[in-house]
Write a protein that binds this ligand. Structure first.
Ligand code: CA
Length: 431
């Protein structure tokens, strides 16, 4: 989702994953979405822990800004005056994962047998609702339930007082303490106050993660205002306690992001012997028929798939890991959270919920991931070697992978764009 400020996946997978879920500083790599093995859209931590202005003064400024944006001043003051900072929210922005966890660690933290079993039970329990949502929005129920499972463990984390907190306090703390993204948090805080002003939720219900993501499917306040729907017909858009509202809101969000009915998120794909890995550039769409002509086909045949559907090919863990053909619906999942690891998790969980087995090809589990410094070193070396990466920011996004593929091709290596320790060692060893 636009916000990329969701935190609950982190609660399940540890703080490193939490960092992954912090809103991306918008750069070309981040905007393009895919950022597999790289965790943190990082922002340098403030040098000193003291905020630039006292918290109270910052809160007054926020109240004034909210009033300017149309929130009644009395409501803003009542919500903000006298707040103490949320220590977890501020601490979370300063925790950066030095070593990226491999992409399969993120996926396997969420796509577990227990989560599949719970999800199947939810599919059964909410079958009539899911059928009605499918009928109205054209979004497959397995995808919706997968979002639900990944975002909040089907609502279970909403009852965890260690995770769920008042959203206004968390967002005010971030707006006053996270100097790198203060404007982003301020906008979300004002949106949260607008939710209260509109009477959509009473203050005690306006809870969420440390990053302000709310309810069963973890909407940020701006997204709530734009996309949440009242599906159970009680007149309130209640993503906190109404499962029909929460799941339909996610469907509405996906439709707004271009979701196409009847199209899968993607497929695990089998590559032929001797396949030209340069074609797996994650950006060039070819029809499923055209891929098939190149010998690339879904591991499990989908008779319902239209052969003219465009798809891109990606190798998120290089040539020795699984390959995926991603359809036009995959970017809609990435809009929910821009990390490739996240979007693949949702897709793969939805397949398991549909009753399909896990991946046919295993991940290259022995590979060592690069640290942030090593990722920057790799980028610097690519740049110096006339393989432009854009910004040297320690994030391995589509542009860095394209540069890496060009380097690999020039050196006679398999051009899979996979930035692991082996390729960096090769680079450091010289021309
Ligand atoms: Ca409702």
């Amino acid at each position: 989702m636009r916000d990329r400020g969701r935190g609950f996946i982190g609660a399940l997978a540890g703080l490193a994953a939490l960092a992954l879920a912090v809103p991306a500083a918008a750069g070309p790599e981040a905007a393009a979405g895919a950022s597999p093995v790289v965790p943190a859209p990082t922002v340098p931590a403030p040098a000193a822990s003291a905020p630039a202005q006292p918290f109270d003064a910052c809160l007054s400024d926020l109240a004034a800004a909210a009033e300017e944006a149309g929130v009644p001043r009395a409501l803003a003051d009542a919500q903000l005056t006298g707040l103490a900072p949320d220590p977890d929210a501020v601490a979370a922005t300063r925790n950066q994962a030095e070593f990226a966890r491999p992409i399969w660690a993120y996926i396997e933290a969420s796509v577990t047998d227990a989560k599949v079993a719970d999800g199947r039970a939810k599919l059964e329990q909410w079958a009539p609702t899911l059928q009605a949502i499918e009928a109205r929005y054209g979004v497959d129920r397995h995808v919706l339930v997968a979002f639900w499972g990944v975002e909040s463990s089907y609502g279970a984390v909403l009852d965890d007082p260690g995770i769920v907190r008042p959203v206004v306090r968390a967002l005010a703390s971030l707006a006053c303490g996270d100097h790198g993204r203060a404007a982003y948090w301020r906008t979300e805080l004002i949106a949260a106050l607008k939710i209260l002003a509109a009477g959509d939720a009473p203050p005690e219900r306006l809870t969420g993660s440390w990053a302000g993501a709310m309810g069963h499917t973890q909407f940020m306040p701006t997204v709530y205002l734009a996309r949440a729907v009242d599906f159970d017909g009680d007149g309130r858009r209640d993503i906190w306690t109404s499962v029909p509202d929460a799941l339909a809101s996610t469907a509405a969000y996906l439709v707004a992001e271009g979701w196409r009915p009847g199209v899968r998120w993607g497929y695990e794909a089998r590559l032929p012997e001797g396949f030209d890995l340069a074609l797996a550039d994650e950006t060039t769409p070819r029809s499923l028929d055209a891929w098939r002509a190149l010998g690339v086909r879904p591991v499990r045949d989908d008779p319902a798939a239209d052969g003219s559907l465009p798809a891109t090919l990606i190798l998120p863990a290089g040539a020795r890991g699984p390959a995926f053909l991603l359809t036009q619906n995959f970017p809609a999942i990435l809009r929910y959270n821009t990390a490739l690891s996240y979007a693949l998790t949702v897709g793969l969980l939805s397949d398991r919920l549909r009753g399909e087995p896990g991946l046919a090809r295993d991940w290259p589990r022995g590979d060592r991931m690069l640290s942030a410094d090593e990722r920057r070193d790799l980028q610097t070396r690519l740049d110096a070697g006339s393989y432009p990466v854009g910004t040297v920011d320690g994030k391995i996004g589509p542009r860095t992978r394209a540069a890496l593929r060009a380097y690999q091709k020039a050196k006679g290596l398999p051009p899979d764009g996979y930035a692991d320790a082996t390729v960096l060692e090769r680079m450091r060893a010289g021309p």
